[in-house]
Design a protein around this ligand. Sequence first.
Ligand code: CA
Ligand code: CA
Length: 286
Amino acid sequence: MKKIYLLMSIVAVVLVAGCSSDDDGDMGVKPVADFSYANDGSTFTFTNLSENGSTYRWDFGDLGFISNEENPTYTYGIGGEILVSLTVTNELGGEDFISKTIVAPEIIIIDIEIDGEFDDWEHVEVAAENTPGNGSVQTMKIWTVGSKVNVYLEGNTNMQMELVDMYINSDGDIQTGFLHSQWSEGSGADYLFEGPMVSNGWGSFYEHTDPAGGWGWNAIAGSGASLVSSGSVSISAEKNAIEFSIPKAALGSLGETIGFAFTEMTSGWALVANFPEANSFVTVEL
Ligand SMILES: [Ca+2]
Ligand SMILES: [Ca+2]
């Protein structure tokens, strides 16, 4: 028995010596993995700080996306804490590995539905506001991604939208269309919607016709139904809100921006208020 133990011990010593010899000699100088990163929104630029490496393998931590570039740039489709790993290998197969946790911005998906629920507007930025307490409409948001122009209006309880003249500068040019004195620093309304701001009311879109910028409009037959609206909804004791959409296809040849202004009236055509109180249309990019 003693002989067997002795033999096993000698084999073990030889094996350990053999492994040690491979690490030091055959794998070359051991690489050291390291990296830094910077981001612009969801796009991250990774800077490789590794030493003694010749090939690199990045695992971006979002299931399945890898890169062998030395200094990759990667745009995440997810947000939150993500574990990024880099494996560095030298020419002889020696390798090192490092992981770092990055934080990608939350991905916000905006999907507007005209349903009288207004949570879908939470992440859309405000396009225009009145001085608190003035007028009827007080806040406007516009979302133009997709095939429709979606609009959210929030107002005090004066905002009923029983009757509205909604002016739209759809070609982005404030010199073309109706030049409205109320918004003297920029109007150029190529379209007008006149009627109650409810879906399928008697309202209609009108196309501007007077080349001199005066009050000249042609009704577009059957166009009122293309305005899809929630109607004015009470959201608190002091506030009403409304959301509506207009198909982009209903607004002729669009420019790079679109501008809006409103004159709200009672059902008896008495003025309630104009929006915005600024003297040019509320304008956003398309
Ligand atoms: Ca909604
Ligand atoms: Ca215009």
